[in-house]
Design a protein around this ligand. Structure first.
Ligand SMILES: NC(=O)c1ccc[n+]([C@@H]2O[C@H](COP(=O)([O-])OP(=O)(O)OC[C@H]3O[C@@H](n4cnc5c(N)ncnc54)[C@H](O)[C@@H]3O)[C@@H](O)[C@H]2O)c1
Ligand SMILES: [Zn+2]
Length: 360
């Protein structure tokens, strides 16, 4: 068993904790024991994930009294109502502050369990065990937790860091293909923001990654985590460098909202958003044609969508972006590219955006 360990340290916060990345980790007591203080552990997950991985988790956690809370799947369950149900169960079973919660699932589980841990008895320990690619390279890192409100996504939450993050790529074997591919948008995003050689590496290893070849997959997860950790370390609360992580996301949020969150997975909308950011950068004279087509080709080869659906006009997306919280005085904050590996922030009006974006 080889485990790659990265350390997360947040500026101005005394908490440090590891991200463990590897294969076949779940049934290994030594990846759990340093991060669990008491005797009681509560695994919070979905029914299908429990059926796939329950017995492996049971072996890894054999030294503890293990309880399960199974919650329904889907973003529409990422609500205060579900948190209330989790807390009801925790209180009924009288778990005290020594309990450790385990978030076993994708970003939906991670966000909800992290938020529960932040407020149950004013805060208990938890471990992030991301089981989607998106959660392994993004959602499980950085301490953002929370739930959606009918008036907006992720509107209620807290910054609350886990005791550790355990990313076992073996769990991705059961992840539906579409969800797996969607996670690559966030991987490619790190290369685009700050690491051209990682972007190129993704191009050279696309086939291996799509086949879930373990060495390449571990490398992709590890390098992605390193980037997120480095960015979050200096800017936990998104006052500076962390905004760059929104590359492609201003567009993606507009695409998701204008299609009622039904047509695209988040990562798919991000893929289209990355191409739009590249095209707009090109329209403003920052990024060459060749680089735009390299970005398009990589995402396309990863099986991701790269074009806006015909019924979704730029005007509609632009109107959404202006209404969205990112617009100040009619100016939208765009994250753009000077080159592959070099993102920057530029405030522009909607008119300038519609005028300059080159949709080809
Ligand atoms: N906190 C953050 O910084 C952050 C960052 C990015 C995204 N997010 C949040 O993450 C959420 C999206 O996360 P997601 O894409 O992981 O979606 P998800 O958690 O809904 O998981 C997608 C689907 O895959 C299933 N699944 C998960 N792992 C599986 C596995 N190994 N095998 C089989 N099925 C599996 C889930 O049950 C679910 O049906 C959103 O709510 C988003 O807001 C948070
Ligand atoms: Zn994202």
């Amino acid at each position: 068993m080889k485990v790659h360990t990265l350390e997360i340290e947040i500026a101005g916060n005394s908490k440090r904790y590891p991200v463990l990345i590897g294969q076949n980790l779940l049934d290994q007591p030594k990846v759990w024991e340093p991060y669990i203080k008491g005797r009681e552990v509560v695994v919070i997950t979905h029914a299908l994930l429990k059926s796939f991985y329950g017995s492996l988790l049971g072996q890894g956690l054999a030294a503890y009294s293990v309880h399960w809370i199974v919650i329904p799947e889907g973003e529409h369950h990422k609500t205060l109502g579900t948190i209330q149900n989790i807390i009801d169960t925790l209180l009924q079973k009288a778990f005290d502050r020594t309990v450790t919660l385990i978030a076993f699932g994708g970003g939906v589980i991670g966000d909800m369990v992290g938020f529960t841990a932040s407020c149950y008895l004013r805060g208990v320990g938890y471990i992030q065990v991301p089981t989607t690619l998106l959660a392994q390279v993004d959602a499980a890192l950085g301490g953002k937790t929370g739930v959606d409100h009918p008036l907006g996504k992720n509107m209620i939450g807290a910054f609350y860091h886990p005791e550790s993050v355990l990313a076992d790529i073996t769990t991705l074997a059961t992840l539906p293909d579409r969800h797996y591919r969607a996670g690559f948008s966030e991987v490619v995003k790190y290369g685009l923001i700050r690491d051209r050689s990682f972007f190129e590496w993704c191009g050279e290893h696309t086939e291996a990654l799509l086949k879930k070849e373990p060495t390449s997959l571990i490398e992709a997860v590890k390098r992605s985590c390193q980037h997120k950790i480095q960015i979050v370390r200096s800017d936990e609360r998104e006052r500076g460098a962390r905004v760059l992580l929104n590359l492609g996301h201003t567009f993606a949020h507009a695409i998701e909202a204008e299609t009622q969150y039904k047509e695209w997975l988040h990562g798919e909308a991000v893929s289209i958003g990355l191409v739009m950011a590249a095209r707009y950068s090109n329209g403003l004279g920052y990024l060459g044609e060749k680089e735009v087509s390299d970005i398009r080709n990589l995402l396309k080869n990863m099986g991701l969508p790269i074009d806006l659906p015909r019924n979704l006009t730029l005007q509609r997306l632009g109107d959404f972006m202006v209404r969205d919280k990112k617009a100040v005085d009619g100016q939208v904050r765009f994250i753009l590219l000077k080159a592959i590996g070099e993102a920057f922030v530029l405030k522009q009006s909607l008119g300038a955006f519609l005028d300059k974006i080159q949709m080809g």
